[in-house]
Write a protein that binds this ligand. Structure first.
Ligand code: G3P
Length: 280
């Protein structure tokens, strides 16, 4: 295989996995680790990827594509409306939001999948690694783009590591500190969900934690994306965007409020009433 073919293969793998180790590449492309290291160095020089300790991650194209906005709900009605507006990238659910809908989980996820084709995050409720994995594997069969959202516990992280290696996308949830986020990234999570609002609720600045996580991931080139959860206001979305996160997951009412500004309403009213004054 020529260098250029190998580089293409590496890019294909990174498009799927976002991060990869030298050993994994050397195994799957059947070349030595030193050849892979040279490839990675060359590709980094061309801005095609970023080298990390022992491997590489995809260059952060998300930045160019924009920040992800997930809808934090299991309500079909809300998902339909937001999807219609064409602005959401995916949906996050949790046991509480699923329970609120009073429908069978499997049926609900399948129904959501008929409305939009972005990621759907679903939480297993098992608490022991082996059981979390089995539940996650079943959930992953429901739809092509399931993100298994696992609460941060030691058992949860064990499961995240195994599932991520096996190609199942994971998110680590109930994150309240940058040290928890660090462990989520080390376990190979696709997403990390820090709960900003619940920290605000107890008098701590949730967005400070978010900024710390963004910095930690940047320091070490972790490929895990930060999706800020537990959001209650447009202001939190603005702060999250300024901190450079991969995205936010927001309730429907916050989504609706994002577009609102009294001066826009006032301005629109004036434009329309002035327009009526033009003699026809
Ligand atoms: O998805 C979980 C998270 O966003 C929950 O938010 O408002 O219950 O703290 P909240």
């Amino acid at each position: 295989m020529f260098n250029s073919q190998r580089h293409e293969e590496i890019l294909k793998i990174l498009a799927e996995k976002r991060s990869i180790t030298v050993e994994e590449l050397s195994r799957s492309l059947k070349v030595s680790s030193s050849t892979i290291r040279r490839d990675l160095e060359e590709m980094e020089g061309k801005g095609l990827l970023r080298r990390t300790h022992g491997g590489a991650i995809r260059e952060r194209k998300e930045r160019a594509r924009g920040m992800k906005i997930f809808l934090d709900t299991a309500s079909i009605e809300e998902i339909k409306k937001a999807t219609d507006w064409g602005l959401i990238d995916g949906v996050t659910t949790n046991p509480s939001s699923i329970a609120k809908e009073g429908k069978d989980l499997e049926a609900l996820i399948k129904e959501i999948a008929t409305i939009m084709d972005g990621p759907i995050c679903v939480e297993p409720v098992a608490t022991e690694a082996g059981k979390i994995i089995s539940e996650a594997e079943e959930l992953a069969k429901l739809y092509k783009n399931i993100i298994v959202k696992i609460p941060i516990t030691l058992e949860g992280l064990k499961a995240v590591k195994i599932l991520s290696k096996g190609g199942i996308k994971t998110g680590v949830t109930l994150i309240f500190s940058s040290s928890q986020a660090l462990l989520a990234a080390k376990a190979g999570a696709t997403y990390c969900f820090p709960f900003a609002g619940r920290l605000d609720d107890i008098g701590q600045e949730g967005m400070d934690m978010v900024k710390d996580i963004v910095q930690v991931y940047k320091n070490y080139g972790f490929g895990t994306e930060v999706i800020v959860a537990s959001i209650r206001s447009p202001l939190q979305v603005q702060k999250a965007a300024l901190s450079g996160v991969g995205g936010v997951t927001i309730p429907f009412d916050v989504f609706e409020r994002l577009i609102k500004h009294p001066l826009t309403d006032e301005g629109m009213e004036k434009f329309l009433s002035d327009w009526k004054k033009i003699p026809k």
